[in-house]
Design a protein around this ligand. Structure first.
Ligand SMILES: [Zn+2]
Length: 451
C-alpha cells in the first residue's frame, strides 16, 4: 500500500529533455514507483493537467532570526507556500545565529516547514568580533574568524558566504586567508559582490579571481541586483565565458526589478543614487508607520539614522535585463528572500510562481523545462543533493504540484501574504505539507548537514 499516489500528472525528465506523463507512487518518504501504477494508496491525488515537479530548491534565501524574532518559522512557511521544499540560508555573509543554535531550535520545535541547509555567513561573525566595516581584518582577527569558520563547517555548513559590499574593508586577500585553509573543493562559496551598476563588471572580475584561487564551487549572488542597471549583456558574456573555462562558477538571480536590503546598509552610502541615476523616491519603506511609503530626502535620512535595520525596496533595475539573466543558458533562479519583523520584498513569497507564471507562460522568456531545471536539478547538483532535484525511483519525495495554465505569484510590494495562484500540493519528505495554499504540516522538513 502506497502512502500517496499522484496520478496522471506531467513531470520533467531531464535526461530525455522533455516533460513526460506518469503516475508517481510515494512510500516512507521516497518515490518508489513511476509509470502506470495499479497499487492501492492511502491518499490519491488526481494530477491530470498538472505539473508534478521535484520540490523547488531555493539556493539563495535568508533564514529565520530565532534570537530576535522568536522560535517560530516565518520565511520558511512563505517558502513552503510557494512550492519550495528545500532551501539554503546564510547567504550574503549574513547568518542570524550560529549553526548549533539554529539546529537545536529546529529540533526543539520538532521539525521545519522545509528542508534547511546553511552556509556560514562571514560578515556576521566579522561584525561580532568587532572588525570595522571599512577596514581589513588584522592578522589576529583573521585567525579568530578562521576558527569560527572551521567550527561552523564542522557543525554542518555547506560552505561560506561573503557580502563584500556590506563590509567593503574585506579584500581578496582577507577572503583567501579563510578559504585557503579548507581542502574540500565541494564546499560552496557564495559571494555578494562589492558594488553594482557602473562598477558591476569590475566587481564580477574580483569574484571570478576568488573563484579561480579557491578552486571551490562558486556562486555569484543575485546577479540582477548587481548588473541589471545597463550592464547585464556584458556581465553575462563575461560570466558565460568564465563558466566554460571553470564550470565551478555559476550564479543565481531573482525575478523582480527591485532589490531589498536594510536601509542602514553600505549599499546606500553617499553617491548611490547618482550611480543608479535614480532618486530617493525609488526607495519604498516596509515597516512601521511608514510602511508602503516612498521616500523623499528627509524621510530617507531620518529612517536610515533612526531605524537602520528596516528593510527597504529599491526600484532601480531594468526589467528586460532581469529577463536576460533568467533566460541565459547558465544560472539558477533563487529568491534571495529576506524577512524582518514579518516585512520585506515579495520575492520571499512569490519568486517561483512568478517565474512559472510571468517568465514561462506569459512572457515566454524561458521554457517550462528550462525554468524547472534552474529551480530543481541545478541547485540540487550544486548542493550535492543526489536524491533531490529530479523525479526517479528512490528519490526523496519532495514534490510540488501546480497548474501550468494558472500558476502565478500573489504577493506584491504592499502585501506579502497574498498566496500564489495555481499551486495544488506541496509534499515534503513524503508528507503533504501544503494543500491548495493551506499549510497542513509545517514540521515535515529537517535540517540537512553537509557532513
Ligand atoms: Zn546579497
Amino acid at each position: 500500500m502506497l502512502d500517496i499516489l499522484i496520478s496522471g500528472g506531467i513531470h520533467p525528465d531531464y535526461q530525455k529533455e522533455q516533460m513526460v506523463q506518469n503516475d508517481i507512487g510515494i512510500k516512507d518518504g521516497k518515490v518508489v514507483e513511476i509509470g502506470h501504477i495499479t497499487s492501492d494508496a492511502k491518499k490519491i491525488i488526481d494530477a491530470r493537467g498538472q505539473i508534478v515537479s521535484p520540490g523547488f530548491i531555493d539556493i539563495h534565501m535568508h533564514e529565520e532570526d530565532f534570537i530576535h524574532e522568536g522560535e517560530k518559522f516565518v520565511i520558511a512557511e512563505m517558502m513552503l507556500k510557494m512550492g519550495v521544499t528545500t532551501c539554503l540560508g546564510g547567504n550574503c555573509g549574513v547568518q542570524h545565529q550560529n549553526l548549533e543554535l539554529f539546529k537545536n531550535t529546529i529540533n526543539k520545535i520538532g521539525g521545519s516547514p522545509v528542508n534547511y541547509l546553511m552556509l556560514v555567513g562571514y560578515n556576521s561573525f566579522r561584525n561580532k568580533i568587532g572588525v570595522n566595516t571599512y577596514t581589513k581584518a588584522d592578522k589576529e582577527q583573521q585567525k579568530k574568524l578562521l576558527e569560527i569558520m572551521k567550527q561552523e563547517i564542522d557543525e554542518g555548513a555547506y560552505g561560506f558566504s561573503f557580502g563584500i559590499e556590506y563590509d567593503p574593508g574585506m579584500d581578496v586577500d582577507e577572503i583567501m586567508n579563510i578559504l585557503g585553509n579548507f581542502n574540500d573543493k565541494n564546499l560552496l562559496v557564495s559571494v555578494h559582490y562589492r558594488s553594482d551598476s557602473t562598477k558591476a563588471i569590475h566587481a564580477i572580475k574580483e569574484m571570478i579571481s576568488i573563484a579561480d584561487k579557491s578552486h571551490m564551487k562558486f556562486q555569484i549572488s543575485h546577479l540582477s541586483s548587481c548588473s541589471a542597471m545597463g550592464q547585464m549583456k556584458e556581465a553575462l558574456d563575461l560570466i558565460n565565458h568564465e563558466i566554460e573555462k571553470n564550470p565551478k562558477i555559476n550564479y543565481d538571480t531573482y525575478p523582480y526589478s527591485a532589490f531589498s536590503t536594510e536601509i542602514g546598509s553600505t549599499v546606500f552610502d553617499d553617491g548611490c543614487f547618482e550611480t543608479w541615476g535614480k532618486s530617493y523616491d525609488s526607495i519604498l519603506l516596509t515597516d512601521g508607520a511608514f510602511k508602503n511609503k516612498f521616500c523623499d530626502k528627509n524621510l530617507f535620512e531620518k529612517i536610515r539614522k533612526e531605524n537602520p535595520e528596516m528593510l527597504v525596496v529599491a526600484f532601480v533595475m531594468n526589467e528586460d535585463e532581469i529577463a536576460e539573466a533568467i533566460a541565459n543558458p547558465y544560472g539558477m533562479i533563487a529568491s534571495d528572500g529576506i524577512i524582518n519583523n514579518g516585512n520585506g520584498h515579495p520575492r520571499a513569497a512569490g519568486t517561483f510562481p512568478r517565474v512559472l507564471g510571468k517568465y514561462v507562460r506569459e512572457d515566454k522568456v524561458i521554457s517550462l523545462l528550462d525554468a524547472l531545471r534552474k529551480i530543481t536539478l541545478e541547485p540540487a547538483k550544486r548542493l550535492e543533493l543526489s536524491t533531490k532535484g529530479q523525479v526517479f525511483e528512490g528519490c526523496d519525495a519532495d514534490i510540488t504540484i501546480f497548474n501550468p495554465e494558472t500558476i502565478k505569484d500573489g504577493a506584491d510590494f504592499s502585501d506579502l501574504n497574498i498566496p500564489p495562484v495555481g499551486l495544488g500540493y506541496v509534499i515534503v519528505n513524503g508528507i503533504i505539507a501544503v494543500d491548495h495554499n493551506n499549510i497542513i504540516n509545517n514540521q515535515a522538513g529537517r535540517f540537512i548537514s553537509y557532513k
